[in-house]
Write a protein that binds this ligand. Structure first.
Ligand code: OGA
Ligand code: MN
Length: 309
């Protein structure tokens, strides 16, 4: 007997038992009954098509080890993976040895909870601000993929916001105002907004920042998105305070509750998001007593999304 939520089978090596449902009115698909490691080429194509449609995919019960997660990311992304950030400032002293894997945990190399005032934790707190990954470098990130190994009993959810729906809902005057604008993105800037200024000269040199269009057309879906992040510091060619106010206003509009999906993690969850048309942020949890072990791989947007310049 089919349950009402069951959809027709999908192609590739996704099987008749694969189920797909939508978790939010605008975006976020949930897949269950599939092992992503076993997908053939057709299955990978189908995953990309699902990403174009849903922008965020929650895939349940994925038993990836680190090498398998990196290998899957390379296949899905069809190009390079991001390594620069993960191996520098927030390197948890090689808790994770797989190159290309970013440690999104509160654990150190001895698998112990890191101290409250640990520099790695201070830096990671920046993930609580709405952002999209790697907007401060060129090329930007395409897909990020988080694998949940250990999750807190309470809290530590991740929120996602749909920047396509947010763009669609903007007043016409705002759409006209932001058309063709560019913003400067810098991780040095976004960390400074929470009082983290503890970057070495070498780190500053590693993160010079990047200019990005404020409006993007997604090549896969043809949909227009606002492209925002906590990293966005100012609008190119505008007085800094005026641009910063515009970015704050836009961010407030783009993250209104109707555009947001809150993901409550289960161990084994694998969540993929498209950084070109979504934002995300982590939520608080009791970091003194709760362990949270998430591991991320991010792919590079090698063929940059068409920008409306
Ligand atoms: C990330 C991120 C937020 C979270 O992995 O890129 O921002 O909930 N994570 O940990
Ligand atoms: Mn992030």
């Amino acid at each position: 007997m089919q349950t009402p939520r069951r959809r027709p089978p999908v192609v590739g090596t996704m099987t008749r038992t694969t189920e797909l449902r939508q978790l939010h009115p605008f975006f976020v698909g949930e897949l269950s009954g599939v092992d992503l490691r076993a997908l053939d080429g057709g299955g990978i194509d189908e995953m990309r098509a699902l990403m174009d449609r849903f922008a965020v995919l929650v895939v349940r019960e994925q038993p990836f080890d680190d090498a398998e997660q990196v290998a899957f990311a390379r296949r899905l992304g069809g190009g390079e993976i991001v390594t620069k950030v993960g191996r520098s400032v927030i390197d948890h002293a090689a808790r994770l040895t797989e190159p290309g894997m970013t440690d999104i945990s509160n654990l150190d190399e001895h698998q112990q909870i890191i101290a409250r005032d640990d520099r790695r934790r201070m830096y990671s707190l920046g993930n609580r601000l709405w952002h999209t990954d790697s907007s401060f470098q060129e090329p930007i990130a395409r897909y990020s993929m988080l694998s949940a190994k250990e999750v807190p009993r309470v809290g530590g959810e991740t929120e996602y916001a749909d920047m396509r729906a947010a763009y669609d809902a903007l007043p016409a005057a705002m759409k006209a105002e932001i058309e063709g604008l560019r913003a400067f993105h810098s991780i040095i800037y976004s960390r400074s907004t929470i009082g983290f200024t503890d970057f070495s000269d070498a780190e500053r040199a590693l993160f010079p920042g990047a200019e990005q269009p404020l409006v993007r057309v997604h090549p896969g879906s043809g949909r227009t998105s606002v492209y925002l992040a906590s990293h966005a510091s100012h609008v190119i060619g505008w007085p800094v305070p005026e641009g910063r106010i515009l970015l704050r206003e836009l961010t407030a509009l783009a993250t209104l509750p109707q555009f947001v999906y809150r993901h409550t993690w289960r161990a084994g969850d694998f969540v993929i998001w498209d950084n070109r048309c979504t934002m995300h942020r982590g939520l608080a949890f009791d970091e003194a007593t709760q362990r949270r072990d998430l591991r991320r791989v991010t792919t590079v947007d090698v063929a940059p999304a068409a920008a409306r310049a």
